[in-house]
Design a protein around this ligand. Structure first.
Ligand code: 7TS
Length: 407
């Protein structure tokens, strides 16, 4: 049984009021709220066993190392990695993608190659490839999206040939919500010898993601969108790829032996983790994964489909409102981006805030997508484990206030 009230009790911030009204937090795609289990796990680390990891033989350092590595094991299991060695801690999904571009990309791509991205990528899966393209001179190809917000798979088939060495694609769009057919994309990419990098920043928090079942090569995600803290994320990659990739940053913890002439690298995953890591954040990340696992990712997905269906239905009845992206809740994550005739998204968001409703307005770090749909910006409501139908009703009521103000 999915007990939404019991779940909401776990999130202290959901009890607060904004402008005198109970908070309706509909901005989880930007960052999710954090449950007590995560807040308390991080607090306990600082109160009881704060120490640096992998260094001291003293008790606190051993406890900190055990917690840091224990979290890695649970996060690796959460995405069904073959081994925790394949799980590299990064600052966030953005850093995970940049790591792949700077290490795998820089050593493997040549001017004769192509990298295939899509029109629905977040800037973090566009700009690193443009930067690398400008250094190496490979071709950057883009799969277009259809008018109703799906990847154009016929165009994908046309654009995918033997020159493509990497397909870098989001699993779930942060604006349209579209869930892309990753297993099919991976099968086709591998058939021409290309690798597949999946931006899982939006999918890993909201649905079961199994790197072996999808048969992908790289997966990037962030803890802060999945009930965990900011400042930590992960790159998962196939072990043989990680073994062959050069290090990203140099420094302490990532070496085996250093002389003043040269150095050799530590085993995985430490080769990619230079310097003192985000230890409290790793502890919080592990607690977040435990929290989500206890709820069950299938249950979370089912809850979000139900809420999204309810929201799409309710929003489509608001006069002058136009939704972007798929209209079938089962095809998308818990996201509803829309424009309202004659009202700028920032004005909408300001009035909603005065009503206690938190949404995001802007380009959502997906400017090419705004250009594609010929809108300067959109307003986006996004949902998570704690979102209720009553909150969707509050959103719709607040939108009627907006319409009155601008009538
Ligand atoms: N990829 C996708 C699909 C995203 O939605 C985001 C963040 C990122 C990558 C980058 O994640 P980060 O943790 O490295 O910043 N998306 C959003 C958003 O939609 N609103 O704020 C951040």
């Amino acid at each position: 049984m999915y007990n939404i009230e019991a779940i909401r009790q776990q999130f202290p911030v959901l009890q607060r009021r904004v402008h005198g009204k109970p908070l309706v937090y509909l901005d989880s795609a930007a960052t999710s709220q954090k449950p007590l289990a995560v807040i308390e796990a991080m607090d306990r680390y600082y109160r009881e066993y704060n120490a640096n990891v992998h260094r001291g033989v003293h008790t606190l350092s051993e406890e900190a190392t055990a917690a840091y590595e224990g979290a890695r094991k649970r996060i690796a299991r959460f995405i069904n990695a073959r081994s925790p060695r394949e799980l590299i801690y990064t600052r966030n999904a953005t850093e995970a993608i940049n790591l792949v571009a700077a290490t795998w990309g820089r050593t493997n791509l040549t001017p004769n190659d192509a990298v295939l991205i899509t029109e629905m990528e977040h800037h973090s899966n566009i700009v690193p490839w443009q930067l690398l393209r400008d250094q190496i001179g490979f071709e950057l190809r883009v799969v277009p999206v259809t008018d109703d917000g799906y990847l154009d798979m016929e165009a994908f088939d046309r654009l995918l040939d033997e020159r493509v060495k990497l397909v870098a694609v989001t699993h779930m769009s942060n604006v349209l919500g579209t869930i892309n057919p990753i297993a099919e994309i991976a099968r086709k990419a591998h058939a021409v010898g290309a690798l597949v990098l999946v931006d899982g920043a939006q999918s890993v928090p909201h649905m079961p993601v199994d790197v072996q079942a999808l048969d992908i090569d790289f997966l990037a995600f962030s803890a802060h969108k999945m009930a965990g803290p900011t400042g930590i994320g992960a790159l998962w990659a196939r072990r043989d790829l990680l073994e062959a990739m050069p290090p990203y940053m140099g420094g302490g913890d990532m070496i085996a032996l250093v002389t003043l002439e040269r150095s050799t690298w530590a085993d995985l995953p430490y080769k990619f983790e230079a310097g003192t890591p985000a230890i409290a954040e790793a502890v919080g990340f592990g607690a977040a994964v435990d929290f989500l696992s206890a709820l069950g990712m299938e249950n979370i997905r089912a809850h979000e489909i139900e809420i999204t269906e309810y929201a799409l239905e309710a929003l489509s009845e608001v006069p002058g409102l136009r939704l972007l992206g798929p209209r079938k809740a089962a095809d998308k994550g818990g996201v509803a981006a829309f424009v309202l005739d004659g009202v700028h998204p920032h004005d909408i968001a300001s009035i909603l805030d005065a009503e206690g409703v938190a949404v995001r307005a802007g380009h959502h770090c997906a400017q090419p997508l705004m250009q594609r749909y010929n809108v300067p910006a959109t307003t986006r409501a996004s949902f998570y484990v704690y979102t209720t139908r009553e909150e969707i009703d509050r959103l719709v009521e607040a939108l009627h206030v907006v319409r009155k103000v601008f009538a």
